[in-house]
Design a protein around this ligand. Structure first.
Ligand code: COS
Length: 370
């Protein structure tokens, strides 16, 4: 039912205008609002805080369907669900949940997660953004880069260094509101793909953050970021799965309609074998994503599996979307057939929330402990 609801929504509400939003870099404001009303923005959150109380498997199913049609809407959904809501639900105080989680989970407002900096993406411990302890508040200074929902968000989880001598143990996570003095939204990035999402740099100049807006104990910020990202990788893996299966479905349909040399191109082995490879790879990725989601739902460690799921699903998204363009031939290279957009959207899944190379660090460190 969840998958069908997400599929119907994507086809009726996201498909119209998806090409124009990509061209004009237009954020899907109305569509995201409706996704909130349907319960897609806080799917795994405790219903006491306005969430859907669903499991990760349900979230993956919905993410795949939304991503088949509009990966710009689905990255907004993924960040809000897995990086912002899940982290607050798990580690927030009662006050933080009442004040921030409820409006975030119901989609009344959108959240953003701010870890990356001009010089700290993969090497996440090298935070230059500082939060100086001033007694009842912290003073936040620094710059964050490539922040999804950068301008459309109202609430930001910001990772900052409080005590450089303690390195990663001196890092904290803070809840920051957009209209606080000293907070400035910087330039919007002009991107290759997911162009409907708004990606910005953010600047903080002496932003006063009340002590009660720190998440967890002093020094918990790096572990918080790592745990939240581990769950986030299931979201991005399901986004990649959706980009792959969306591209494949378009290629399959087109190959049955388009004729060459007197028969549908699907009946030429060159195309039929491509479809076989695409279907097989998608199925392999789907099992990895589902395994990671299932482990998370069982409250077991899923760090290795979420990294594997993201590594594999993002590679499959890239390969399958390139092949889908090839199956479409010249039509694949123009916008109205959708596959060129899916191909451009696929690339980011190998980069954000930990590059493929970072996933291999996580996986190799884990397997070496076996
Ligand atoms: N859950 C909880 N804690 C974790 C963790 C996880 N999944 N992964 C690491 N940690 C903890 C470690 O236990 C360690 O804490 P202690 O020293 O107290 O034991 C601490 O974090 C540092 O871990 P480690 O030494 O492994 O850190 P590294 O600097 O080697 O970095 C990687 C580890 C590379 C995995 C990490 O920096 C990373 O994931 N980088 C990518 C970040 C990212 O996704 N960036 C994209 C931007 S967000 S779109």
């Amino acid at each position: 039912m969840i998958r069908d609801a997400a599929r119907d929504f994507a086809r009726t509400e996201l498909l119209p205008g998806v090409i124009e939003r990509d061209e004009q870099q237009k954020f899907p404001t109305e569509q995201i609002k409706k996704m909130g009303e349907m319960g897609f923005m806080g799917m795994m959150v405790n219903p006491a805080y306005g969430g859907g109380g669903m499991d990760t498997i349900s979230y993956v199913l919905a993410m795949e369907e939304i991503s088949k049609i509009d990966a710009s809407a689905s990255v907004c959904m993924s960040v809000n669900n897995s990086l912002v809501c899940w982290g607050l639900d798990r580690y927030g105080t009662e006050e933080q949940k009442q004040k921030y989680l409820t409006p975030l989970a119901t989609g009344q407002i959108i959240g953003a997660f701010c870890l990356s900096e001009p010089e700290a993406g993969s090497d996440a411990t090298m935070q230059r953004t500082t939060a100086e302890d001033k007694g009842d508040h912290y003073l936040l200074n620094g710059t964050k880069n490539w922040i999804t929902n950068g301008n459309s968000a109202s609430v930001y989880i910001v990772i900052a260094q409080t005590d450089p001598e303690k390195r990663h143990r001196g890092i904290n996570a803070f809840i920051v509101e957009k209209d606080w003095e000293g907070f400035e939204v910087g330039k919007k990035e002009d991107k290759l793909g997911i162009r409907g999402s708004d990606t910005h740099s953010l600047m903080f100049t002496d932003v006063k953050v009340p002590k009660e807006n720190r998440i967890g104990e002093d020094g918990f910020g790096f572990k918080f970021a790592m745990q939240v990202l581990s769950g986030g990788r299931i979201g991005i893996a399901s986004q990649a799965l959706g980009i792959a299966s969306g591209s494949y479905e378009l290629a399959l349909q087109y190959s049955k309609e388009r004729k060459s040399f007197g028969k549908p191109i699907s009946e030429h082995q060159a195309i039929a074998f491509k479809l076989a490879d695409m279907a097989t790879e998608i199925e392999a990725a789907r099992y990895l994503v589902m395994k990671a989601a299932w482990l998370k739902d069982q409250h077991k460690n899923f760090d290795r599996e979420s990294a594997m799921a993201k590594l594999k699903a993002s590679e499959v998204a890239m390969n399958v979307s390139v092949e889908a363009v090839q199956v479409h031939g010249g039509y694949g290279y123009v916008k109205e057939y959708h596959v060129e957009r899916l191909m451009r959207d696929a690339k980011i899944t190998q980069i954000y929330e930990g590059t493929s190379e970072i996933q291999k660090i996580v996986i190799s460190r884990s397997v070496l402990k076996d």
